[in-house]
Every structure is written in C-alpha cells, then in structure tokens.
Design a protein around this ligand. Structure first.
Ligand SMILES: *Cc1c(COP(=O)(O)O)cnc(C)c1O
Length: 381
C-alpha cells in the first residue's frame, strides 16, 4: 500500500495469491502463446495477458512490486542491467539528439554510447560527477544520465540539483541506481524520470540471475512501454521469479552487506598499506554529505586505493584470499575483490596506487578481516 514503509512494500506488493491457489509468491510462468476463449475476446483485447513476450503473471508480479517500491507509474523488465540502460536512453533520445553522460558511469554504458548509439546518431559528451551541468547542456540535449555513487570511484552526485537544471532545459533525467537499490534511494522522489536498476546485483542477490528494469514516472511511462515493446525486450518468467524472490529479502540482506561493508572499509582505512577508501557512507569521504542528505543506507560495495606496490605483491595479496572471489558483478551473498581500471574522458582520476573494488558478502565479518589481514601481510613481505 502507498503509505507503507519500503521494507513492508517489498514483502507485500506484487502478490497474486488469489489467482494461484494461495501460493504466496507468484509461480514461474513459461509461456509464448496465451489462449483466448473466443473471437470476441480477441476483438475486445481486454485480456491481461496476450502473448508471452508482452508479459505473464511472473513478470507482472515483479514489475508491480518494483513500481510500488520506486513510486513509478510503470516498470518494464529486461534481461540485464545494460539492456535497461540502453532501453532508457532509446526511450528518450533520437537521431540528432545529445546525451549528457556522467564520466563515472559503468564502463559498458560508456561503450554503448561511444560505439552503438553513435552509429544511430545519438551524440554523447561527458561531465564530471560534481560539475554544474548547466554549462554542458546544448540546444539538442534530450537526456542527462546520472550514476550515484558512480562505478569504481564511488563519487556522489547532487541528483535534485541536476534534475532541476535538466528539467528547466526541457530534457529528461536518467539514473543508474544499482548501488543504492530503491531501498536506500528512490530516484523518482528526487526528480529522476527513468530509474534504472541492474537487478542482477542486489535484487537477484544470489549471483545466479541476469535481470534489469527501468521504472518510469507518469510522463515517461508511455514512451518506455512503447520502446520496450517495439524492440521486443522482455525478461523470462524464471528470471522475474528469481528477481521477485530476491526482492522479498532485500532489506535484511542489505542491512548485513551495509554493516560488513562499513566494517571492512573502516578496518582497511586504518591500515598502513592503504592510501584511502572510496565509500560515500564513511564520514570524511568527499561524498558523505550528499550521501547523508539523500540516502538511507549504503551497500557492501566500495573501493580501496592502495599505496604504490608491485604487481607481484598485489597478486600475492589478492590471489591468496580465501573468502574473496576474483570476479565481476556484485550484489550476491559472497564477497568479491577485483582490480578497478578507471577510464575518464573529462578529468583524470588521481590514485596513489592500484585501486581495488571490494564487495562485502554475508560471511562472518571476523573471518573476512582475518583473511584481509593475512593478505596484507603477503603484500608487505
Ligand atoms: C553490473 C552493473 C550494470 C549492468 O548490469 P548487467 O546486469 O550486468 O548488465 C549496470 N550498472 C551498474 C552500476 C552495474 O554495476
């Protein structure tokens, strides 16, 4: 219900038990053809489901629960976060339009813009996450894309200020909100028009599903739905089921990811091998003020800038870790560590030494710290 707290919404919303013999969570629907009872039903076209690609109860339950949490007029699900990013941009930008993209965006977002969108006549330029965007807006700017905190460097953005300037220009605000999830930050409440989520990460939550969605306000719902349909995008019943299943426990998992993430970040901050920590939820971080103003929590993903160290010692540290897997993605139940290769178009990111990205999983925090401690011994000697 609309007045409920987010923790209640993620448990309660999107259920269809009455239509499914009382089953609490909507079961997996695998369907292409949906049958109509007669010709009159085809003509009336009022059936809730018409064809597998256009949605089933599995997709609808997931999308309804997300719309409620995001405060969205409509949500559409797709097969990955990057597909959601592409869809959101294509919903607002056409050939000849300009897209203003934050320079701390997820790397594949940059590639999508610089390579494929360019082929279709969408021109992208970049702005630093803390820039006043007014100077970057062009007569043909149709969209400003935000990601806060940004990938790898975790720089925060003033979303409300960006939304104000963008709307005064008549353009749309798109935001990749994967880090906070709609539990800790709800973009549409801060002026964002299209809220994007790689549900592969915390919403799936178990490193076993690829899923994305775009949630739109009233003004953008029609174009989003249309573009999603025209491109033939959809997410399978199995994947939406896993997304919905993950969503039900998002609040308890995130609370633990947050606690462990902060504990690891604070512990690493006190180590002589570490130059600095990139985590907006830590007092003293350049983004802490904005994080505190706008966000209700932090997730388990943060960066560590090491002091200069040889590649061999860095490898001895990382390769020998027992509880941190080396791999991309994050948001699952397990801890991960990966080197961060930071690319910038407008202002280089200055790092004292190698940058690592850590995902704090649901393991015992003492075990994780002991593992890192042994690792840093290997790094030193
Ligand atoms: C992982 C990620 C994506 C892409 O999600 P996929 O499901 O892997 O396509 C987008 N944005 C951010 C910030 C991410 O971390």
């Amino acid at each position: 219900m609309s007045g409920d707290k987010p923790e209640t919404k993620i448990v309660a919303d999107g259920r269809m038990s009455d239509s499914h013999f009382g089953a609490v969570n909507t079961p997996v629907y695998r369907a292409s053809t949906i049958l109509y009872p007669d010709l009159a039903a085809i003509k009336a076209n009022t059936q809730p489901y018409t064809y597998g690609r256009r949605g089933t109860p599995s997709t609808q339950s997931f999308e309804d629960a997300i719309s409620s949490l995001e405060g969205a007029a409509r949500t559409v699900s797709v097969t990955s976060g990057i597909q959601a990013i592409g869809l959101a941009i294509l919903s607002v930008c056409s050939a000849g339009d300009h897209l203003l993209m934050v320079d701390s965006c997820y790397e594949p977002t940059r590639t999508l813009c610089d390579r494929t969108l360019k082929r279709f006549g969408v021109q992208t330029t970049y702005y630093a996450p803390d820039d006043d965007i007014t100077a970057h807006l062009k007569p043909n700017t149709k969209a400003v894309f935000c990601e806060s905190p940004g990938s790898l460097t975790f720089e925060m953005q003033d979303i409300a200020a960006i939304a104000k300037a963008t709307h005064a220009h008549g353009a749309s605000v798109l935001m990749d909100n994967t880090w906070a999830t709609p539990l800790f930050f709800r973009p549409l409440e801060h002026g964002v028009d299209l809220s994007i989520q790689a549900a592969t990460k915390y919403i799936g939550g178990h490193a076993d599903v690829m899923l994305g969605y775009v949630a739109a306000n009233e003004k953008h719902a029609g174009r989003l739905h249309q573009t999603h349909g025209d491109l033939g995008l959809y997410a399978s019943g199995d994947d939406c089921f896993l997304g919905l299943r993950g969503l039900r426990t998002l609040a308890v998992r995130l609370a633990r990811h947050q606690e462990t993430g902060l504990a690891l970040a604070r512990w690493l901050q006190g180590r002589p091998e570490v130059a600095r920590i990139l985590h907006p939820g830590l007092p003293g971080d350049p983004g802490y003020g904005l994080w505190k103003r706008d966000f209700s929590g932090s997730c388990g993903l943060f960066g560590v800038v090491l002091k200069p160290v040889s590649e061999a010692r860095l490898a001895a540290f990382v390769d020998g870790l027992q509880h941190f897997g080396i791999g991309y993605s994050w948001g699952g139940f397990e801890s991960l560590i990966v080197p961060a290769h930071i690319r910038r178009a407008v202002r280089p990111f200055q790092a004292e030494g190698p940058v690592l990205r850590i995902h704090a999983g649901l393991e015992d925090v003492g075990d994780l710290i002991a593992d890192l401690e042994k690792g840093l011994e290997r790094l030193r000697t």
